[in-house]
Design a protein around this ligand. Structure first.
Ligand SMILES: [Zn+2]
Length: 314
């Protein structure tokens, strides 16, 4: 039921854009179709060989919800290739913070020998390290561990999940891109600037976009949603979302291109300010994306179009 509602909602949006010439002419023949936002395959029904499936942004496991449809192939491939890197990274960040009432798998090093252990932190923050015979060579363990003297220095490392940094970046990129589609439909994503974003999501092994397209913080930065940054010279789209684990919550701030404007140059300017001043505050609209409608409200969409057109001559 939800899938059908979303299917019709975005078909209506695309039709509105086509009827009012608010989209590139090459998409004229896509009237009455739902387009997979990632691979741009067109659909006149939900089911088929490669059906449309509900897509979560961010993933449900980090507190996200389902609000769009992507084709099964894109959904599975991105899920398999990139999505889990975000979840794993958040868990690793939590583990390295020594939060009370937590238990983390670690490796200890005592006199040059490595052991598998568990670091338990109680509610008062007192840490205890446990070595079990099951996870270690029992003979070595019995011989060395009981002799540990008070004040003996024990090195340890967290056992990190297998995270490929690039793929983590593209999991963040995909989440922001899907959220942009969720709130603004086809208006923004079907512009030329977004071809590279889609290719990057589909081919995470290729480094096609600059590395400095997002940051995250533990304190809320901007309200969640889509923000059109209108600061002179820094015009860009900023997508803000929260990713939660059982132990923490983080605010991701992702920059996406504005049609007609050079993405890399703007990113460089923003991150230069951030590097110099420690933070960057940007004027943006709308205040709350949930109060405006860029899917059905023609006046709103037209205003967005006018704003994008201001950059055409630069
Ligand atoms: Zn697709």
């Amino acid at each position: 039921m939800k899938a059908l509602h979303l299917f019709n909602k975005y078909i209506k949006n695309l039709t509105l854009l086509i009827d009012n010439s608010l989209i590139n002419d090459k998409f004229q023949e896509l009237k009455d179709f739902y387009i997979c936002p990632i691979c741009l395959t067109k659909y006149d029904k939900i089911d088929g060989e490669n059906p449309l499936t509900l897509e979560d942004a961010p993933q449900k496991s980090v507190g996200g919800s389902t609000n769009t449809l992507t084709c099964k192939k894109c959904n599975n491939e991105a899920g398999f290739k990139i999505d889990h890197h975000l979840v794993n990274r958040l868990i690793d960040l939590d583990n390295s913070k020594f939060l009370p009432n937590t238990e983390v798998a670690i490796k200890t090093e005592i006199d040059g020998i490595l052991y598998n252990a568990t670091l338990k932190i109680d509610e008062k923050g007192i840490m205890k390290v446990f070595h079990s015979k099951k996870n270690n060579n029992p003979t070595t363990l019995e011989k060395n561990i009981p002799e540990l003297k008070k004040d003996k220095i024990v090195d340890f490392n967290f056992i990190r999940k297998k995270i490929i940094p690039d793929k983590l970046d593209y999991a963040v990129l995909k989440t922001a891109y899907i959220l942009l589609f969720q709130y603004t439909g086809y208006k923004v994503i079907l512009t030329d600037n977004y071809d590279v974003i889609r290719t990057q999501i589909l081919k995470p092994e290729k480094g096609l976009i600059p590395k400095n397209f997002y940051f995250f913080s533990e304190k809320p930065y901007y309200k969640e949603g889509i923000h059109f940054v209108c600061e002179k010279g820094l015009e860009i789209i900023m997508v803000v979302f929260t990713a939660k684990t059982i132990k923490s919550s983080r605010n991701f701030c992702v920059f996406l291109p504005i049609p007609n404007k050079n993405y890399e140059t703007t990113l460089d300017k923003i991150f230069e300010i951030k590097r110099k001043t420690g933070e960057v505050r940007l004027s943006a609209f709308p205040e709350n994306i949930n109060n405006v409608d860029y899917i059905n409200d023609l006046d709103r969409i037209q205003r967005l179009e006018n704003w994008f057109n201001e950059f055409k001559n630069f």
